[in-house]
Design a protein around this ligand. Sequence first.
Ligand code: IPM
Ligand code: MG
Length: 354
Amino acid sequence: MKTYRIAAIGGDGIGPEVVEAGLEVLDALAARDGSFTLEVERLPWGSGFYRATGRMMPEDGLERLRTFDAISFGAVGDPLIPDHVSLWGLRLRICQGLDQYANVRPARLLPGIASPVRTGALDCVIVRENSEGEYAGQGGRSHRGLPAEVGTEVAVFTRHGVERIMRFAFDLARGRPRRHLHVVTKSNAQRHGMVLWDEVAREVAAGFPEVAWRFELVDAMSTRFVLNPASIDVVVATNLHADILSDLAAAVAGSLGIAPTANLDPERRGPSMFEPIHGSAFDLVGRGIANPIATFWSGALMLQHLGEAGAAAALIAAIERVTAAGVVTPDLGGRATTAEVTRAVIDAVRGANR
Ligand code: IPM
Ligand code: MG
């Protein structure tokens, strides 16, 4: 029997609600499978921790996380703490500190869910560069408060960083039936970092002759997501571009409430982190109607990363059965609560609905 050690960081807003729902579902999968168990440790980090200690996570937080096999993360963000403080103190600190450089965001129209656009079909994976680019944290402020005040936000692209994300994306595309990759760029306007990005993409592409690929400018890519989403398979984009495109993809797939993320260290030097992309959603806190599906789907990505492909597939099948049956939360036009969706997915996992 294998045991996986999972760090659960519910964080802020609806994060704890959906993470707990996700852990219930993962337990049901472990029980069904019989070949692995999950040993969960809950870490009370986030904005509450910040109010009590002045830090979003303990000083040795990263060291502690390194001892786990995976991290289940909820959300970070609090109306009373500046977003850049809470974010850089926890989520980005973990992603950058553990060098989880590949952020993977599948978007698919699930059975029973209507897209707000006349799509036909959507089944894609966005690969977001997760360690540098526009969110590298470089820049500064000077002449504060004076008319001459200046703020810079420097986008950083390194050959090392671009090469590894391109390899990851081409490799992912090669493993999918359509073997297609859009390399998103903006090298027409940004003539340094983005031109390096393009050059490295071409070099890496040479090693993947099986993958059909093309460049797409980010603005054109956004129209493609609305007008012809069926033409999209795998997408690789910078930190900022993929941040925006992945919200667009989630909206086209019906709701931000179903969109999952994996923050992967493909080299497995440390744990990877799995989270819904919806954020803390304070308007929903405590109402019991947060959509847990994004967290469940993130749990499937976690199981896949841990090597439990059978359990991951069973979870995806259970989610599809529940959305097809219309047991969904209000963001998807339904009336089910978080607990009801969770129960339905657990029943589907156990085969009760078969
Ligand atoms: C996301 C989120 C975060 C990000 C925010 C909260 C900074 O939008 O996961 O896409 O861009 O990293
Ligand atoms: Mg985002």
